[in-house]
Each structure stands twice: as C-alpha cells, then as structure tokens.
Design a protein around this ligand. Structure first.
Ligand code: SF4
Length: 380
C-alpha cells in the first residue's frame, strides 16, 4: 500500500517512465475539443498531435493555472491520480464514486455503505463536489452510488449536470425503483447502468436482506424486464451486474442466468470485511477457498488468491466477467458527507478531503492508494 509520496515514486520511477504517453495537458484539451453527441452533450475527445508534443518537450503534466505542460515529478504530491491516468495511457481512467446517500430501501447484512450520515446533502452541494472533481481531473468520470441512489429525487439532475460538463456517468442501483419512466428519462444519459444482484434465489436474497421492509425483492424475470427497458432506452448503454460473494451465496451458480441476460460486464466481488465499531459484517465473511470455488463453478477458471485481482474472462458472446477479490486502495469513494475517504487504514473509512469546503487537489495527496490495484481494475 502507498501513501501519496510513495505513489509518486511508484508511478514516476524509471520502470514506468516509458509508459507515460498521454500528456495531462491533452486531457484538458480533449475536453475543449470534445465531439458533440447526438443528444447534444459533449463527449471528451483526444487533442490531435498532443502525444508527440509531450514526448518532444519531455513534460508529463500540466499547470492547472496556465494549462502549460510541466514536469509532474517535480511537484506531483497532489497529482498522483492524474499521473496514474497518464501512466496507464487511458483517458477517463479516474473514476469518482459518488455515494450520494447512505439510506437504502434494502437491508443487505453485509452492506459497507456505512458513512455515519443519515442526512442527504442537497443537489447544489453535490454539484459543487462534481465541479471540484472536474477542476482536479477534467477527464474523469463519475459512478453514482449509495445507499440506493434512485431514492433521491434529483438524481436525474445530477446526472445531467455531469454530462453537461462532458463527463461519462454510470449509476449502480439495486433496481427496485428503476421504473419505466426513470429508465426512459435517465438511461439515455448513462454510459453504464449497473445493477447489484447477489442471487436469483428468493431464500438467499431474503437471508442476505436484499429486500424491502415489506419483503419485496426482484426476481429473475423482473431483472430481465429492467434490462430490456434499459436496452430499449439506450442501446449504447452498457449493462453491468455487481455480485458480492459472501458466506450466504458462495455456494450458488449464477452464470447461466447472467449469460441469458443482456449483461456486458459481470463484476464478482469478494465481500469486503467492514467494521466501524457500530456495525460489522464479519459473520458473513467468505474465505479465499469458498470464493475460489464460486469463481471456478461460475467461470470455469481457478482462482487462488495468488493470481491477482481484476482478472477478466469472457462469459458468452457479449459479457466479460471480472473477478474483483479486493477493492481496498483501488476505489475512489466520496461518501454521503461529501468527503473523499481512505479505506486502506482500517476496516472502515477515514476522511481525507472535505470535497465541499476543500480543494480536492490540496488534500488528495493524503489518500492511501494502491496504483497497481487501481490500474488492474480500470485497465483490465
Ligand atoms: S442494496 Fe446496496 S446499498 Fe442497499 S443495503 Fe444492499 S448493499 Fe447496501
């Protein structure tokens, strides 16, 4: 695990230098040179010739005030993430996960969306946070999560705001509130519609707590119906399924059902142990062996814990399944208080930047972060 300064070394050291291809100044220009899409929004594009220019002058960053190229290694303490993006040579690699509320209409027993904040910040505050991220990384993208983000009435406005700034947006939901109207109004603006789905078995869903207070849950047929509407609303929108493997579903086979759905990406997470003193999911922890058996049963490949994180394999013709055994240090989370949080220090979250009142670039150097893990998650 790294702190900001070791990160700079890790990504700026000689062993990675040859990979630094996209100048960060190009990311800014990309935004300015973005292509207009059918729906009137701007999609970030590449600045022609910028790669060559960067190689000529040996610069690998940009000055935020002037927009001129500069040597990031000279003062890169707060620019570690943009450096990761540049090093990996991918545009839009920086993804901020906006957990806009803690509340949820489900009660999954393992849920680690515990931020100690029952209050929901307003739309204006989240716009401020988005602008803060935009200033820090003009080419970033946003994933909007919760709690359950569809419980918030202004979610569509926030999505639209991100799009108007030129950012790609995805949403992850449990699907219970994904009405036909919501899908029609919002999915045309999304790059990816993510749905969390831990099982197709009613008993397992109930044991996990994947249901409303009145006992309502989504069965396979309803999930298929939602995905069909998403496809119809925006055929270009990817459909992602997130599955968290815990001790209650680790014996199941889901791949056949996933294959029959129009899913483009199936992320299979190993449940993250979480304990903040008030809540612990330790009783649902899954061992490496049980997780490995789940992967073998569903994907026909062996996973031992030593063959890494974010291994991606194809599942049928249109779906990639991704084994995500670890997220700690590889996930940029802004919690329901609007704070960028570090999940590497303990089994809970530590605030490192108050994104409402503090400039992200001033504090992001305090983030515990694993660039190798991050790269494996987003470059895979
Ligand atoms: S659906 Fe997601 S946010 Fe809601 S309780 Fe379950 S894990 Fe937590």
């Amino acid at each position: 695990m790294y702190n900001a300064f070791s990160m700079v070394n890790a990504i700026g050291g000689p062993q990675r230098k040859e990979k630094t291809e996209i100048p960060l100044s190009a990311m800014v220009k990309k935004f300015a040179n973005g292509r207009q899409m059918d729906n009137g929004f701007m999609r970030p594009g590449r600045a022609p010739g910028s790669r060559g220019k960067q190689k000529e002058n040996g610069m690998n960053g940009y000055d935020r005030q002037t927009g001129n190229a500069c040597d990031m290694n000279a003062n890169a303490g707060s620019d570690v993430l943009t450096a990761v993006a540049a090093t990996a040579g991918l545009a839009g690699l920086i993804k901020f996960n906006l957990h806009i509320l803690e509340r949820c209409n489900y009660a999954c027993r393992y849920c680690f969306a515990k931020f100690g904040c029952r209050k929901v910040l307003g739309l204006d505050v989240w716009k401020k946070i988005v602008l803060n991220c935009h200033r820090y990384a003009p080419d970033c993208c946003f994933n909007i999560a919760g709690g359950e983000p569809l419980m918030v009435s202004w979610l569509g406005d926030l999505i639209r705001f991100c799009r108007e700034l030129g950012h790609r947006v995805s949403v992850i939901t449990n699907g219970a509130l994904a009405t036909e109207k919501w899908i029609r109004d919002n999915v045309p603006l999304l790059d990816t519609f993510g749905i969390s789905l831990d099982s197709f078995d009613e008993n397992t869903l109930k044991a996990i707590g994947r249901n409303t207070r009145s006992g309502r849950f989504l069965d396979g047929k309803q999930v298929a119906g939602i995905m069909e509407k998403v496809e119809r609303a925006n055929p270009a929108c990817g459909i992602k399924v997130n599955t968290v493997v815990c001790s209650l579903n680790c014996h199941e086979l889901m791949s056949g059902d996933i294959r029959s759905l129009p899913v483009s990406r199936w992320k299979i997470f190993k449940m993250l142990p979480f304990d903040n003193g008030c809540f612990s999911n330790a009783d649902l922890a899954v061992t490496d062996e049980a997780y490995g058996r789940y992967i073998e049963r569903n994907l026909g490949m062996s996973w031992t814990g030593e063959n890494g994180n974010s291994i991606s394999v194809s599942l049928g013709e249109r779906c990639r399944a991704v084994v995500e055994s670890n997220l700690r240090g590889g996930y940029l989370m802004i919690d329901a208080k609007g704070h960028l949080v570090d999940d590497t220090r303990n089994t809970s979250y530590t605030s490192v930047v108050d994104c409402v009142n503090e400039e992200l670039s001033d504090g992001i150097g305090r983030l515990g972060f694993d660039p190798e893990l991050y790269r494996s998650r987003y470059v895979a």
